[in-house]
Design a protein around this ligand. Structure first.
Ligand code: SF4
Length: 222
């Protein structure tokens, strides 16, 4: 069922080419900046950081907080996000000498535990970093995932860890699959499975309980 949904989404949307970043470090910064804002706003902040040539662990650690706040202002909540970035840099240098490859050389469980110990890094951010920066198979859950998969009716889980386990237990543990699947769910959530869903055009309408009960044109897909 989960692979069938994946195939329908992939056929409809195609490859999403996530994460839109040039380096693992840029993924981490983007994952922190994208909290509570749209990607367009994050891009503006990333452009500022690149222009100042500080998209680098050592430079981001050394830059004054006030200057960093100004540069990341387009991403919103810039004071909190400056603290979060500084917290991450503090962790990376104190625990791993500033070396991402040392952090990412550990098991998924260890990386996740360490990231979650950093103030300001929650589960979705930690899993995004592990999947898209460390390139290791952990499934990322977000609000789009909870909404769409509860509507489709394949699960009643709403809690982060339970839903993550549901995906990981029912899919091959393949980093490329997890990478593409989460990106496709975001495309689904943005384009169709919104607060007011557009079921009539959704590629999952024939699989979806919500659509079958509310949209006359849908027929159940086996
Ligand atoms: S058919 Fe409607 S409710 Fe179901 S996943 Fe698509 S948009 Fe969401």
């Amino acid at each position: 069922m989960l692979l069938g949904i994946y195939n329908d989404l992939y056929q409809h949307f195609g490859s999403q080419h996530w994460w839109p970043a040039q380096t693992p470090f840029e993924v981490i910064v983007g994952a922190i900046l994208t909290q509570q804002t749209s990607w367009n706003n994050v891009e503006k902040a990333i452009v500022n950081l690149k222009r100042e040539k500080i998209l680098d662990p050592k430079k981001l650690r050394e830059i004054e907080s006030e200057k960093l706040e100004t540069l990341i202002k387009p991403s919103g909540y810039y004071r909190q996000k400056t603290k979060k970035l500084k917290n991450f840099m503090g962790f990376l240098f104190e625990r791993h000498g500033g070396k991402l490859e040392e952090l990412f050389g550990q098991s998924i469980e260890q990386i996740r535990m360490e990231l979650l110990s950093v103030k300001g890094i929650g589960k979705e951010t930690a899993d995004s970093i592990i999947l898209y920066a460390a390139n290791k198979p952990t499934f990322v859950i977000d609000a789009y995932t909870v909404r769409a998969f509860n509507r489709i009716g394949v699960t009643k889980e709403k809690d982060y860890e339970s839903l993550k386990k549901f995906f990981e237990d029912n899919l091959p543990k393949d980093v490329n699959l997890f990478n593409e699947y989460h990106a496709l769910i975001v495309a689904l959530g943005k384009n169709y499975c919104r607060t007011n869903p557009i079921c009539g055009k959704c590629p999952l309408r024939e699989r979806c309980d919500y659509a079958l009960h509310s949209y006359d044109g849908a027929k159940r897909k086996k």
